[in-house]
Design a protein around this ligand. Structure first.
Ligand code: ATP
Length: 248
């Protein structure tokens, strides 16, 4: 089976700084692939290039067999490439359900009135409730998003991404800023998504990464220095030296 995502020789520089430097990577269908690396290694920039926020200087991005390198972000989302943002993108004045329903609306083009007949809005609210159920937020559907805890907001961002019915999820530090209990909840949600979705995960929480990932790639100064199953990557002498701060 062909990989869902294929990166070929991606490069991006800001002035003299090479932020992604000849990055090539395949993400298999159904795989949870984590990218780790020290601060400033280029992980977020790589996600920006894949999602279409930042143009690559060179190289190609193939998604589901199609070259999407020249496509805008919304065109990539329409093809099933969803991302959740490191900086929260939810609308705090709307309820959790409304936030997700708007994502469903964006996908389906269905009209949506917050004051309309609820029965008429079933095409929006039903899939939105399903997405909220996946992230364990059913009981919080009617809470205004601004009043959710930080961890619940991260869960809601996931639900918004799921509502676009993605073929692949790009997750940029979903555990950032969460407390221990909240992070356990997000990890449990990611665990439940595993196998159902192809996921590219950037995460600093090594315990979570090594518990969740099918494969891990290590980015250092914009280059992938190792890629493979968690145990293999953890034991790699170059990774230990360059990233985990140990002598080989
Ligand atoms: N728009 C930009 N203009 C100039 N330099 C940038 C820009 N975006 C990122 N950089 C630089 O590129 C490098 C990589 O940044 P990036 O945010 O991709 O790293 P990261 O691995 O995601 O880091 P972190 O783990 O801290 O989030 C950093 O040195 C950063 O300062």
């Amino acid at each position: 089976m062909s990989p869902v995502l294929q990166l070929r020789n991606l490069r991006k520089s800001y002035g003299a700084l090479k932020v992604t430097d000849d990055v090539s990577l395949d993400v298999a269908r159904g795989e949870l692939h984590a990218i780790i690396g020290p601060n400033g290694a280029g992980k977020t920039t790589l996600i920006h290039q894949i999602s279409g926020i930042a143009a690559a200087d060179d190289g190609r991005i193939l998604f589901d067999g199609e070259d999407v390198t020249a496509l805008a972000m919304h065109q990539r989302v329409a093809r099933g490439l969803a991302r959740s943002f490191q900086i929260t993108s939810i609308l705090p004045g709307f309820t959790a359900l409304e936030n997700v329903a708007m994502a469903v609306q964006a996908r389906t083009g269905t009209s949506f009135s917050f004051f309309g007949d609820p029965a008429r809005e079933d095409p929006l609210t039903r899939p939105a409730m399903e997405a909220l159920a996946i992230v364990d937020l059913t009981a919080r559907a009617d809470i205004v998003a601004g009043e959710l805890s930080h961890g619940e907001k991260r869960q809601l961002e996931l639900a918004i991404a799921l509502a676009t019915q993605p073929k692949m999820l790009l997750l940029d530090e979903p555990l950032a800023g969460t407390g221990r209990e909240e992070s356990e909840r997000v990890v449990a949600t990611l665990e439940s998504l595993k196998g159902h979705y192809t996921i590219l995960l950037i995460e600093h929480d090594m315990e979570a990464v090594f518990a969740l990932a099918d494969r891990v790639s290590v980015l250092v100064y914009g280059r992938i220095i190792a890629s493979g199953p968690p145990d293999q990557v953890r034991a790699d002498p170059e990774v230990r030296k360059a990233y985990l701060g140990e002598e080989a």
